[in-house]
Design a protein around this ligand. Structure first.
Ligand SMILES: [Fe+2]
Length: 192
């Protein structure tokens, strides 16, 4: 194995993030399109614009380093995005929104961990310009995560109501005799 130092590891991690951000650039429009809630959809659109800026900041850092940003596939992001698209296949309405928020928050936390790592490396390597750029991105990832938590409050409540009303419809539509029997079963038990 060729001898590598912290700088090589730093560049490797930056490449991983660069690939992760670019995968997310492709996924966010699909998530925005799939979301039922207008606020959630707008949130994904807004984060798409921010993500373009994250790629630009990484481009700037690679330029300063005289390195190519390409050459790594972020398998972690690939898996997280795949889980998000599974949610799109499996759920509808508010439940889908709740699932999309879960997927998006996993993405944000994954990115926050990645940026935390490269910021620590940049600090150790004395790259204060990089630290500043990477911190700006880290802050935006944190804000996005907080916004998703806010949106989840209402959306989870709606998803729960939707489920309750769906259950009520299901119960009415099911065999009314069985429904009545279930009710009548209750009486002698409570009487006993
Ligand atoms: Fe990002």
């Amino acid at each position: 194995m060729p001898e590598k130092g912290l700088k090589e590891l730093y560049i490797d991690e930056l490449k991983d993030l660069y690939n992760a951000e670019n995968q997310l650039l492709k996924a966010l429009p699909k998530m925005a399109k799939a979301a039922t809630s207008e606020d959630l959809s707008a949130g994904f659109e807004e984060h798409l614009e921010q993500t373009k800026g994250h790629v630009q900041r990484l481009d700037e850092i690679f330029k300063q380093l005289g390195e190519s940003p390409k050459g790594k596939k972020c398998k972690g992001m690939e898996g997280l995005i795949e889980e998000g698209s599974e949610a799109i296949d499996e759920y509808d309405g508010e439940l889908l929104d709740a699932a999309l928020i879960g997927a998006a928050q996993r993405v944000e936390h994954y990115e926050m961990a990645g940026y935390g790592t490269v910021i620590a490396f940049a600090e150790e390597l004395g790259k204060s310009d990089h630290v500043e750029l990477l911190n700006q991105t880290l802050e935006e990832e944190k804000q996005t995560d907080a916004k998703l938590t806010d949106l989840a409050g209402d959306i989870n409540a709606q998803a729960n109501q939707e489920e309750e009303s769906a259950e009520a419809v299901e119960a009415d539509a099911s065999d009314p005799g069985k429904h009545a029997a279930a009710k009548s079963n209750k009486k002698p038990r409570s009487a006993a």
